[in-house]
Design a protein around this ligand. Sequence first.
Ligand code: 13P
Length: 258
Amino acid sequence: MRKPLIAGNWKLNNNIAESVGLATAILDNLGCKNDVDIVIAPVFTAISAVAKVCTGSNIKIAGQNCHCIDAGAFTGEVSAPMLADAGCNYVILGHSERRQLFGETDCFINAKCYSALQAGLIPILCVGETEDERDKGEVFDVITRQITLALNEISQQQVEQMVIAYEPIWAIGTGKTATSNEAAEVHSFIRGVLSGLYSEQTANSIRIVYGGSVKPNNIAELMVEDDIDGALVGGASLKAADFSAIVNFPKSLKVAPR
Ligand code: 13P
């Protein structure tokens, strides 16, 4: 059984004081929760302060991106070892906003995954299709390409550390969630791709979370699906009450020590 994981991607929101305030409120609500892995991803500048607040707790910190080289002449970048040094355990990689707005390629994302793993960070690798690709029936081709290229040269032991996030781009920030059937179909397909690349046992050990307009009122129906192991939450993670309600999805649906 895979332990559920709920991650809040704060994107480009909240200064240091606001981030610490939000993290403190989440800690107050969820500090005792241990049947779900909880992750929050503040902006780079707030990571240290938020990590300090969450030290020793069950709330873990993620970077929203990192560079693939540890140090050097790469103005404006932050590396995986630097995120680990600042208090991160996770890093979100290949988010569709990085791919679409900042031109990140599958090959670049692969290098970032490798670098993150070397630094002891758990990559949350995001994949997902555009609305146009879905309309054209290309979902499985797009997902196969994104997963296969991002995991190039990543070993079985390494991939077993990773989390995959299926985030259909048409569902991000639109209020248009994929139905639980639509999401479950792609999650099961991703598990099949992982099984083909590694083994069924490895595929079954990797958590695949869903992202795209996850809210307190739709988390339960998503989590009931066998292959949906949690969520990557954007907008709703910016309110402590909503994020906490998502993390507290009806417990009877899935209880699993990892
Ligand atoms: P929303 O939950 O706002 O749709 O964002 C999803 C997302 O992009 C998380 O990474």
